[in-house]
Design a protein around this ligand. Structure first.
Ligand code: NAD
Length: 372
């Protein structure tokens, strides 16, 4: 398949930039999927792709996902993503990231980058030497730092909204919640759930993490093989994707699936199947948007309080998804997509008529972009 056919197959992207600088070994692709709501924001992934086609498909897919995530989160951001082809363990250099930063700068704010798999704060610092269009820079430069606590707080809000819908109350006292994965997101989530008196069961591949949580929060533990099939009210996947699949779905013993992991459904049809089974699914990209909200606040001029406050909105967003699912008689995963698409259509049209300012505050560069 030719490059243009691949691009057409994966959505209507606005702009795709191939970045090539042999002097520093840079081969990267930036994809801007949709900027109807604002500048396209999404991280830079550094990965040893088998070939360039694989990198292109990945960046097209991921950038489209960011459009939906930002829209559903109610942010004035579009969807974009970048991939650097290379081994993040051996091929990172200052020159590579600074050259990449120059490509980002040439887009003049249409694309804003951040960390992703294979990139970190240090890399963002190099990019920042060449362009202001980067988030996830060190806190000393006004950056927002680790997004995980904000993601976790959003997940906690999503769990409360889901409990309200399925169990009739958003109090989690005595509610049985199984958490898969005790990493950055899962461990912060367990803290919130425990403070509210939920009955928590946890697991992790890392035994030491399990022990720490057992000691700190008096949670129950189970094996990594059994967590998905634990009898509980709410299952909170906070480890890897595709855990709702043909092998697991009929063995679930929960009433709700709501967690922080990305891409929890192996395929969209598993969302329909959850609905048939009477299990309420809170769509992952709506639930785990707290980290993106945090980064958005960085663009506005960072404040921990405002970022934290913003993540409360996940509650309303999840409620709205459930309303649309009922309104249209569809699965919640379809409802989330509709919610995102409806906002892009409505607000995008408004912005065509009058660009508006999209943001109230003083970060002139974001405002400049939104006013363009
Ligand atoms: P992390 O790497 O810090 O933690 C993941 C944890 O899951 C690790 O402790 C790991 O040992 C454990 N794990 C892996 N496989 C497991 C298995 N089969 N059974 C049990 N435990 C297992 O990652 P994180 O930052 O906490 O992110 C967790 C998930 O949330 C990922 O899917 C990530 O993409 C998603 N997410 C994270 C953020 C964020 O702000 N960190 C934002 C959005 C989405």
């Amino acid at each position: 398949m030719g490059t243009f056919e691949v691009i057409a197959k994966h959505g209507e992207h606005e702009e795709i930039v191939f970045c090539n600088d042999p002097n520093v070994g840079l081969k990267a692709i930036i994809a801007i999927h949709n900027s109807a709501l604002g500048p396209a924001l999404g991280g830079t992934r550094m990965w040893n792709y088998k070939n360039e086609d694989e990198a292109l498909v990945d960046v097209l897919r991921l950038s489209k996902g960011m459009t939906y995530k930002a829209s559903a989160a109610g942010l004035n951001l579009g969807g974009g993503k970048a991939v650097i082809i290379g081994d993040s363990k051996t091929q990172k250099t200052e020159g590579l990231f600074r050259a990449f930063g120059q490509f980002i700068n040439s887009l003049n704010g249409k694309y804003i980058t951040a960390e992703d798999v294979g990139t970190g704060v240090k890399d963002m610092e190099y990019i920042y030497m060449e362009t202001p269009w980067v988030t996830g820079i060190p806190q000393g430069f006004g950056g927002s730092g680790d997004p995980s606590p904000y993601t976790a707080h959003g997940v906690y809000m999503g769990i409360k909204a889901s409990a309200k819908e399925k169990l009739g109350t958003d109090s989690l006292k005595g509610v049985r919640i199984a958490v898969q994965g005790l990493g950055n997101v899962g461990s912060n989530l367990v803290r919130y759930l425990s403070e509210e008196g939920a009955k928590i069961t946890v697991t992790d591949l890392d035994e030491a993490r399990v022990k720490t949580h057992r000691d700190m929060y008096k949670v129950e533990t189970t094996s990594t093989d059994q967590i998905l099939f634990t009898e509980c009210d709410i299952l909170a996947p906070c480890a890897m994707g595709a855990i709702i699949n043909d092998q697991t779905i009929t063995k679930l013993k929960c009433q709700v699936v709501c967690g922080g992991a990305n891409n929890q459904l192996a395929e969209a049809r598993h969302g329909d199947q959850l609905r048939e089974l009477g299990i309420l699914y809170a769509p992952d990209y709506v639930v785990n948007a707290g980290g993106l909200m945090n980064v958005f606040v960085e663009l506005e001029g960072y404040s921990h309080e405002r970022a934290f406050d913003k993540t409360r909105k996940v509650y309303d967003n999840v409620e709205k998804v459930f309303e649309i699912a009922k309104r249209d008689n569809v699965g919640t995963h379809t409802a989330a997509d509709r919610m995102a698409e409806e906002r892009i259509a409505t607000i995008g049209r408004l912005k065509q008529r009058h660009p508006g300012k999209s943001s109230n505050r003083s970060f002139t560069t974001l405002r400049e972009v939104n006013n363009r």
